[in-house]
Design a protein around this ligand. Sequence first.
Ligand code: NAD
Length: 327
Amino acid sequence: MTWLVTGGAGYIGAHVVTAMCGAGESVVVLDDLSSGDPARIPGVPLVVGSVLDGDLVGRTLRDHDVTGVVHVAAEKRVEESVRHPLRYYRTNVEGLRVLLEQAVGVGVGALVFSSSAAVYGMPDVDVVREDTECRPVNPYGTTKLVGERMIEEVAAATGLRYANLRYFNVAGAAAPELTDRGVWNLVPMVFQRLEQGLPPVVFGGGHPTPDGTCIRDFVHVADVASAHVAASRALVDGRVTALTANIGRGEGVSVREVLDVIREVTGTAGEAWAEPVLAPPRPGDPPRVVASADTIRAVLGWTAEHDVHDMVASAWAGWRAGPLAAR
Ligand SMILES: NC(=O)c1ccc[n+]([C@@H]2O[C@H](COP(=O)([O-])OP(=O)(O)OC[C@H]3O[C@@H](n4cnc5c(N)ncnc54)[C@H](O)[C@@H]3O)[C@@H](O)[C@H]2O)c1
């Protein structure tokens, strides 16, 4: 069978493509290259275009005899989604609707969807389980939740098998050329500051956490990718028909702790100028968001293998290998 990976030239998508190809799967990528780079996936068939283009999606599915889809393509910048909600509804919701319409039309049987911990919003629990109430606090999170519901409802009507995978804080790189080139997440943002000779900025030091900084569940992108291999196989062999699962390590790490690892890895640990500076907390930033990874472990036998040091060291190797577009 052949898998279509939408957004397969992006940061996470390229890791998924690499892992699936490495596991012997046949893959074709559809990506509009708005933030993706074909150099990440040499040798993999690439169709350049948007998931919003129903004719192109349908043609791609038919031409490549696609029987399963991994839908990674999306826009993912939380702050931007607040300013441009309709753009996010268009790409993330309408894009998925078009894809589903075409996929169901040609009889695709399995779908893996890139969802996000953003569906939970500001959870007031120590550990977030899949049955924790979803109350997204920004349009990005809402579009992911609407996407999950759309998939569930289409699956109920058509028999489509699906896995909605809710990624927590993804970091690291399996190889330097696959690295995250955006500076929208903590690790690359701190790299950029240090490279400019500026101290890292911590938003909020008075949260109700042991060191006062926010606690998150960081997960290595190579582990995220291996979860897709496990999910896609389980959908194909029928072990799984409907799954919504967190993709995290089940372990909280504070922003301060991540900064300590970054300063160690980048060799700036002893430098007074690289001491983090405090900025006011960001509105809507929950103090603690940590996954329960019990569901994915029980259903797919998947657990994360890499720790925060692996994430930072591999991301740093990728950063230094540049050139990075967003620098
Ligand atoms: N990075 C994270 O920490 C994180 C956390 C949770 C969920 N996610 C989700 O994972 C997915 C991938 O995120 P990423 O960090 O790799 O982002 P990314 O921007 O690197 O990748 C997105 C890819 O989708 C492509 N794309 C965008 N719009 C498209 C369209 N209309 N048609 C076809 N292709 C399109 C882009 O060119 C890019 O290659 C997204 O769905 C995101 O919401 C990411």
